[in-house]
Structures are given as C-alpha cells and as structure tokens.
Design a protein around this ligand. Sequence first.
Ligand code: PLP
Length: 408
Amino acid sequence: MKRTRNKAAGTIDLYGRYVVPSYGRSPLVVVRGKGSWVWDDRGRRYLDFFPGYAVSGLGHCHPRVVAAVRKQAGTLLHLPNIYYIPLQARLAELIVEHAFPGKCFFCNSGAEANEGMIKLARKYSFDKYGKGRGTILTLNNSFHGRTSATLAATGQDFYHQYFFPFPDGFRHADADMESIQSVSGHDVCAVMVELVQGEGGVLPLQRDFVHALAVLCAERDWLLLVDEVQTGVGRTGSLFVFQQYGILPDVVSFAKGIGGGLPLGGFLANERCRKVLSPGTHASTFGGNPICTAAALAVLDILDEDMLAAVKEKGNYLRRAISDMGSPYVAGVRGMGLMIGISIRGISNKELAGLLVKEGLLCLTAGQDMLRLLPPLTITKAELDEGLEIMRRVMLPEGQMAFGYEGV
Ligand code: PLP
C-alpha cells in the first residue's frame, strides 16, 4: 500500500483527523525512550514515573529485553497455538515455579486475561454444579478492563454508561465481609479482586478482609480470582502481590509488565482448575506468541530477589520523601512497593499532573483526587531524587523550597 505523506501535518494534527478521540491525551509527541526517560519530538527529555502504565516496568527499551526480541525476530515471529511454542512452555514453567502449582494460559492484554479468568470460573462451576451458578462478586472501586464483561465486572458506576446492555453475572460489594455476605447467594461461583486497587486510587485491601474472603471462598467452593494486571511482575516488591498477603488464589491474572513493553497477558490457574479449559473452550490467536514470550523470559530473568527487595526500599523512600515534603497539596501517601498513590487536595489531580508534565515529570491520575506513580522498577536513587525535585518545584509554594525535604 502506497503511503500518503502530508509533510505539513504534524502528529497531533493527523490524530485530530484520523484517530478515534477516545483518549484524553497530553500534548506530547514521544519519539524515543531509554530507561526511566523519554524524549519528545523537539528533543526535550522527561522523567517517566509511569512508563507505559506499568507496561515498561523495567524502563524503556531495557537492553536485555531488546536483545531477546531482536534475536527472536530473526528466528520466528509468530506461530499459532495449535503447535508447541518452546519459549511459551518455558515461560509457563517459570511463572508456576515462582507462584504456585498450576497451569498458565497466555493472551495479549489485561482485559483479555480477566475475561479468561471469568470464563474459567464459570466453567469450573458449571462442570461441577451445572447451570445457575455463574455470578462473580467484585469490589466497589475496582477496575478490571474495558471489554463489555470486564466493564460489568468493574465496580465503578462511571464505567457502566453508554454501552448497554452490559453482560449479567456480576455483583459488587464493599471491601468488608458484611457487604460480601449481603450480596452472596447460591448463584455465586467466584470472587474477583485487585489486592491493591490501582485505577480506583491505589488502595491496598485490608489483610484481615483478604484472609476472611479466602476462607469464605474455600468454604463455598467459590474460586478466588486475583487480578494482578497492575500489581504483578514485581510492581509491589514481589512477583505477585498475593505473595505478600499470605494467601493462595485459585487463579491470578497478569499482563502489563510481563512483556517488558510488548503485548502479553495471561493467567495462572491452580491444580483444581487444570482440566476446566479443555480443547476448543478458550483461545487467543496472538496469545503467548514467540516474540512476546521471548521478551517476558528476559523480564523474569532480570527480576531477581535483589531487584524485588530494592523495589520495596525505593518505594518506601519515595513515599516518605513525598510525605515529608510538606506540600499543601498532599493530603496523604499510600501504596506498596513502586505503586504509589498521592491523595491531592487544593488543586485537581489532572491539573497537577499537567503542571508536573510541563516541568518534565510524567505521572498518572487515579480516582477523583489521586496522583498515581508507577516508576520503572529499575529507577535509580538519583532519578527518584530528580523526580522529587520536580515535585517540590511544582508542589511547594514559592519560598518554601529552601526548607523542603533534604533527602534521607
Ligand atoms: N485490570 C487492572 C487491575 C488494570 O489496572 C487494567 C488496566 O489498567 C486492566 C485490568 C486492563 O488491562 P488492559 O488495558 O491491558 O486490557
């Protein structure tokens, strides 16, 4: 196909004409990334405190991920899942070894991974109990994706607009046992939770609640589905955050960071689910293809114990520094590892994010009043300090800078 080339039109102009406007975009044309940094089309660099929504968890273009992808690109780009893909087998083995005994399914994204979990839970129940037990309980304030089913699963009214009819089979509860009991019933087959709600405002669930929920699931033979699309792959300082909660889910979904920048998602289901998705019941054309699994193997190879320990340390450092900054805009700081939420007052979170971008720091918003930071797990102390310096410039009133946080 011959490429039309309208040299006068810039990227933003072309977007205005040809790309569906479903995203609220910053006026930033990013052309290159390396480690914790990206560069725009004018050569200005920005410190990226949420590389690709946590997709580039090891920073942009990690050299070992790039090398693995380059090597695989010259060997085999794609293979359908009706054949055996050696790298996919190795990746599944690695995830099982570091999580819990079971089997992996691979797909392309977080929503697709959660769709797979939902299907698996319903079929697990159908195989055992027959029809009428397909309801999945999820939590208010959760976020599980943008497909019709994962929107219905998401416990926020904002996402339940326009696209009617949404699929049935989800009920929402608050993160306490009384609320869970009030929506439970004979039609329930599973509970799906994010242990740290990301998009909803970086809210870690209470440990006691999570334990009580796991007990209830075991008693009722409900599957405990944990959505680790955002929390997984080292983000909170362990491969999966459930490992810090001391519970064992029946199924855990993952995506984002696993592909090191390439589209890969999936779930790991425990032994009791191993026969549920029999041939022909579930599939994904690109899922776990050789390129993405080569990248994921490099990611997991890099993510060792030392790195996970450093994620916790760097997270503590960043959270403490933000709290101690004394900014009138900061009402509180929370999170786990390098998944950090700053509760904002006195200015809208979107406006503040915009001011930070202008000063060269990229960050995200969450919920109504949160700034969300998901810095690369590989970020250095010096880069964290650079980010903190930008935050001080923007978030402290003039004159207070000199008395600002001095570091630990
Ligand atoms: N689940 C959680 C917890 C997420 O944070 C997201 C995306 O932000 C998703 C699911 C959806 O993932 P994707 O955008 O890859 O479909």
